[in-house]
Ligand binder design. Structure first.
Ligand code: C2O
Ligand code: CU
Ligand code: CU
Length: 456
């Protein structure tokens, strides 16, 4: 199969003062007088992949690769993407974790009309926060993300960070059989439980890759969970030392990785790894299962040292004393038991309301309405034993505490709510719009576990 691969990578070099016209930044904070723009042309199109040796998988790809082309921009700069849809289905792009104006958020019927086959849409927004982010459609998500429409978006820090080496590792487990053919992206019995897993684990589209890293250096590994379902129990085995530098894009005080880190669907972690002596190997694992081999190769560079903590992002600090608390219960839907149920399956609900992905007007009934610039505490309560990575669009929140584990407060866009856990998050509702609030296990989201939060 042939495909068009035109990536205009003006990206890192392009200079240009943005003529910010239409809509784009209407709502947003201030912006610097001179903004550098990073321009991309990004095509979504079918692409045959060889995930299983000797077999073809009919994937869908952004920029001729799956996971998609890595987009890069510098913090404070403008990202401009002309998105061209060469698929036979309509789609959109959502920029996961980026604080942007609603009309750039990529949610069909809320932010924009879906981009039809053969059509294009221009996305443009300022990237206020540095870190590891990603992009994906927000329509027919089980299939579209399942077929490969996921990609990294890296926002580089404004100033040098002390990291000289870095790698982006996009984790995805494909729903394919031994012949590379797609299997069901969502199986009802599993959607009502932990979600439907793919069976072929990959990093950057490769099963069990070997990645060469320079001996003696400190390398920043940006690990992105772009999977539909899986929470990876990330750990390193066999030497080297790893420290956590950022969670879901946002810096934390560096600390050892420890035994493992549970990275839910949609979440990211930036690790610094001190690479052992040449010839040694480290296994990057999901629990006991190997995902990749990190191989140390000789390097002529002087040994590296741990860089300082990354600079904090400009996220508003919520005022906890004046904040209003809202409670959200994530639970099974009673409809599960009803044989009379009509329409799409609904296995999950938030505060008794199940989202219906076929109802274009769901977002007109927000589950909560927040006053702009007020602080809110959300109490998130998991009423079931399955994990829910709970994600909010448009704003970054601070995780305060949990009844299951000790938390050092940190900023994120996705919190992995464990079995029967209650956690509290807080944020300033500083971005007007109607924002999706959902579980990032895609078949949970598509069977009810989504709501809209309005900020007015
Ligand atoms: Cu990755 Cu609705 O988001
Ligand atoms: Cu998102
Ligand atoms: Cu869930």
């Amino acid at each position: 199969m042939t495909f068009t691969r035109r990536q205009i990578l003006l990206g890192l070099g392009a200079l240009g003062v943005a003529g910010l016209g239409a809509g784009g930044v209407r709502y947003w904070l201030g912006r610097p007088a001179n903004v550098t723009t990073h321009d991309y042309e990004l095509i979504a199109a079918p692409l045959d992949l060889e995930l299983v040796p000797g077999h073809t998988t009919p994937a869908w790809a952004f920029g001729g690769q799956a996971p998609g082309l890595e987009l890069r921009v510098r913090q404070g700069d403008m990202l401009r993407v002309r998105f061209i849809n060469q698929l036979e289905v309509e789609t959109t792009i959502h920029w996961h974790g980026i604080r942007l104006p609603l009309e750039m958020d990529g949610v069909p019927y809320v932010s924009q009309a879906p981009v039809k086959p053969g059509e294009y849409f221009d996305y443009q927004f300022l990237c206020h926060d540095a870190g590891s982010f990603w992009y994906h459609p927000h329509t027919a998500s089980s299939e579209q993300l399942g077929r490969g429409l996921v990609g990294p978006l890296i926002v580089e820090e404004r100033e040098p960070t002390g990291f000289v080496h870095e790698r982006t590792l996009s984790l995805k487990s494909w729903h394919v059989d031994e012949q590379g053919a797609f299997t069901a992206f969502s199986v009802p019995r599993l959607a009502a439980r932990e979600g439907t897993r793919g069976r072929l684990s990959t990093i950057n589209g490769q099963h069990l890759p070997v990645l060469d890293l320079p001996a003696g250096q400190v390398v920043r590994l940006r690990l992105l969970n772009l999977d539909n379902t899986i929470s990876y129990r990330l750990n390193l085995k066999g030497g080297g030392e790893a420290r956590i530098y950022a969670l879901d894009g946002h810096p934390v005080a560096p600390r050892p990785l420890g035994k493992e880190y549970l990275l839910g669907a949609g979440m990211r972690i930036d690790l610094a790894v001190k690479v052992p002596a040449a010839g040694q190997e480290i296994a990057l694992r999901n629990g006991p299962l190997r995902l990749a081999t990190l191989r140390s190769v000789a390097s002529a560079e002087v040994p590296g040292d741990w860089p300082p903590a990354l600079p904090a992002n400009p996220v508003a600090e919520p005022d906890l004393t004046g904040a209003e608390t809202l409670r959200f219960n994530f639970e099974w839907s009673a409809v599960l038991a009803s044989p009379q149920q009509q329409g799409p399956a609904s296995y999950w609900q938030i505060n008794g309301q199940a989202w219906d992905i076929n109802d274009k007007r769901c977002a007109e009934r927000p589950i909560a309405t927040l006053q702009k610039d007020r602080s809110y505490i959300f109490e998130l309560r998991n009423m079931a034993q399955y994990l829910h990575p709970i994600h909010l669009h448009g704003m970054t929140f601070k995780v305060l505490d949990s009844d299951r584990k000790r938390i050092t407060p940190y900023y994120t866009d996705t919190y992995l709510l464990g079995k029967n856990e209650t956690a509290r998050i807080a944020f300033v509702a500083d971005n007007p719009g109607v924002w999706m609030f959902h579980c990032h296990v895609i078949d949970h989201m598509e069977t009810g576990l989504m709501a809209a939060i309005a900020v007015v």
